[in-house]
Write a protein of this length. Structure first.
Length: 659
């Protein structure tokens, strides 16, 4: 049976035999598949070539053999990197007769001096492919080496050696390596060129990462189209601390002092340097490095830092008796922070040749152990500083828990917006489309009962609240989350709060605050307006919020009845409409004292009612004035309210006399 199967196998027009197997030699694999080595052929990959060459120079500096690096961009897309290190070895290589070590390094994959760790204790280039890949993907490459007081040069093109190593004579005052190359437009295209601003930033960041090195930047002026300087010298004795200070740039932070420092690992396994700040009102940024190589996706060194910060702040919270501290998560400490971490370790492991993520398992333990003691001292040596940071982190935690609670509410909702799980006190309207609908936030169950009878069932919903709600301007996020009245209100509106507020999800076109026409009612209305201003400002800005205008008096003379909004309005009606007549005055102590017909006629029927729309100014400066006023009058400090009353007392007295 097997013979029949083989006999019936179809014949192909092209035989697949040993001659079909290609063997790519030298640097040909790099040119065939550049994405495997530099991540592609786009702008990011082009600048990866620059990073590979600069990383080699930095390895010489970190190893203690170079103090100066020069980066020069010239017309023709030519980049030159020079260091004053030991210089690439130029003596004959024992395994490649007739070739110098320099030629082997430039033309052979997986060749270099960083495998065994003898020449470099910690280095960024560990696969032996970096500079050879640059050579393979460049139309021109020229290497000059000043070593043992003699200058050597060798040229390459697209990975092919153009000639033997040349001796250019003695050079008693020079040492180190110069790599000059032009990326191949056959690979990257004729339109893709180095960006001066990007190279400038790369060179500057390297100087921050190793305090002992001086990096000189130079670029032809005609290549610059922005404010990048044509020449600069970078040297930062403070390392990452200097970098962070420049990045924060005077912004207000949770603590005036930054958490910065460095620590050598035990048993000579390397070292770690860090710098962390917590600016207020910041989206934050993270910068991770291993052996001066950026690792934008983080990795195990990031995990170690996270563990050190979380355990440290939890421990400090327990020390000062803050029981909630045990619930702190890493995102509470790190969200919004400006954070930089640089590690130097032996034989690091990365996720790929582009080194976007560190995967060395031991890095997490080394970083956590090195940073934990320093962070504990940072918090406890200055208790006010530690408490300030703890308070900032707890606010972040409260915000995270609030978002989690809102997500849980959303998960429980049905797919139809009108079939949401709604608060039990809410009497909803029947219309499916939010257009034309209203929700009345009513003070007290009694008023709520009248409002339910007075409403238009199709378009008007009623949500009774119990007296004065929480003042959110002076409450913590935890208190806001725990308040049932606020939770019911958020759930009824269905659009979320703060950053998670989506106005398009609002279940009603208008939100109407309807409270008694007295001082207590005004106070409740003020608390509700403060809630919307702080938690849902975009709803206010879009004009969804209204203030109902219920009357305070009912005036009757004979068979005619009129309603007065306040004392001044009452006096005007008595003087004009009912002049000389006996007037029966009824004062409504609350909305609940109105019968449903009166409430509908005066306050709820769109044909006869009056309402005030509450809005926010569009201009930033005016919004800032409003925010300042709310913070002063509704915040924790009663002195501000007292000062406001004193400043405006005369005007209030005049208004009372006029009334």
């Amino acid at each position: 049976m097997a013979e029949d199967l083989f006999a019936s196998a179809p014949k192909t027009s092209t035989d697949y035999d040993a001659s079909s197997i290609e063997v790519l030699e030298g640097l040909e694999p790099v040119r065939r598949r550049p994405g495997m080595y530099v991540g592609g052929t786009d702008e990011r990959a082009l600048h990866h070539l620059a990073a590979e060459v600069l990383d080699n120079a930095m390895d010489e500096a970190v190893a203690g053999h170079a103090t100066r690096i020069e980066v020069t961009l010239e017309p023709g897309n030519r980049l030159t990197v020079v260091d004053n290190g030991r210089g690439i070895p130029v003596d004959p290589h024992p395994k490649f007769p007739g070739k110098s070590a320099l030629e082997v390094i430039m033309s052979t994959l997986h060749s270099g001096g960083k495998f065994e760790g003898k020449a470099y204790a910690t280095a960024g280039g560990l696969h032996g492919v970096g500079v050879s890949v640059v050579n393979a993907l460049s139309s021109e490459t020229t290497i000059e080496v000043a070593r043992n007081r003699e200058l050597f040069r060798q040229r390459f093109s697209r990975g092919v050696t153009l000639g033997p190593l040349e001796s250019l004579g003695g050079t008693p005052n020079r040492r180190g390596t110069s790599v000059s190359f032009v990326p191949d437009d056959q690979i990257f295209g004729p339109e893709l060129h180095f960006k001066p601003a990007r190279l400038y930033k790369l060179a500057r960041s390297k100087a921050y990462l190793f305090a002992g090195v001086e990096i000189r930047w130079k670029c032809a002026a005609e290549l610059i189209s922005d404010d990048t300087p044509p020449e600069a010298v970078f040297q930062f004795p403070g390392g990452l601390a200097d970098h962070l200070r420049e990045q924060v740039n005077g912004r207000e932070c949770a603590t005036a002092d930054f958490f910065t420092g460095n620590q050598d690992f035990a048993d000579g396994k390397g070292r770690v340097e860090w710098a962390v700040a917590w600016p207020l009102w910041s989206d934050g940024s993270y910068s991770w490095y291993c052996n001066t190589i950026p690792t934008p996706d983080g990795g195990t060194h990031e995990a170690g830092l996270r563990a050190a910060l979380v355990k440290g702040i939890r421990g400090f919270g327990e020390l000062v008796g803050q029981k909630k501290a045990k619930e702190i998560a890493a995102e509470d400490v790190m969200t919004g922070s400006e954070l930089m971490l640089s590690v130097f370790i032996r034989d690091p492991q990365f996720q790929s040749q582009t080194k976007d993520r560190l995967t060395s398992p031991e890095a997490a333990v080394l970083v956590e152990k090195a940073m934990r003691d320093h962070f504990d001292h940072f918090l406890s040596n200055n208790m006010e500083r530690g408490k300030a940071l703890l308070g900032y982190v707890l606010e972040r935690m409260d915000e995270r828990l609030r978002r989690k609670q809102e997500r849980e509410v959303k998960r429980k909702t049905a797919t139809s917006a009108r079939k949401l799980r709604l608060p039990g006190k809410l009497t909803d309207c029947s219309a499916d489309d939010p257009a034309g609908t209203e929700i009345f936030i009513v003070e007290g169950d009694s008023a709520g009962g009248s409002a339910k009878q007075a409403r238009d069932r199709k378009t008007q919903a009623i949500l009774p609240i119990r007296g004065k709600i929480l003042n959110v301007a002076s409450a913590t996020s935890a208190k806001i989350l725990a308040n049932q009245e606020i939770a019911d209100l958020i759930q009824a509106l269905g659009c979320g709060t703060r950053k998670d507020c989506i106005p398009d999800n609002l279940r009603y076109e208008r939100i109407v605050i309807m409270t008694d026409a007295d001082v207590d009612g005004a106070h409740i209305a003020t608390l509700l307006m403060t809630f919307f201003f702080q938690e849902m400002p975009e709803l206010v800005r879009r004009g969804h919020l209204y203030l109902a205008q219920p009357p305070l008096y009912r005036l009757t003379a004979g068979t005619k009845s009129l309603y007065a909004m306040d004392d001044a309005h009452r006096a005007a009606i008595e003087a004009n409409e009912f002049k000389g007549k006996k007037v029966d005055v009824a004062r409504f102590k609350g909305l609940g004292e109105m019968n449903p017909m009166q409430l509908r006629e005066t306050t709820m029927d769109p044909k006869t009612r009056g309402m005030l729309r509450i809005t926010l100014p569009q201009e930033y400066e005016e919004r800032a004035v409003v925010k300042d006023l709310v913070d002063r009058l509704m915040g924790n400090n009663p002195a501000h309210r007292f000062a406001f009353i004193q400043e405006n007392a005369a005007r209030m007295d005049e208004a009372a006399i006029d009334a």
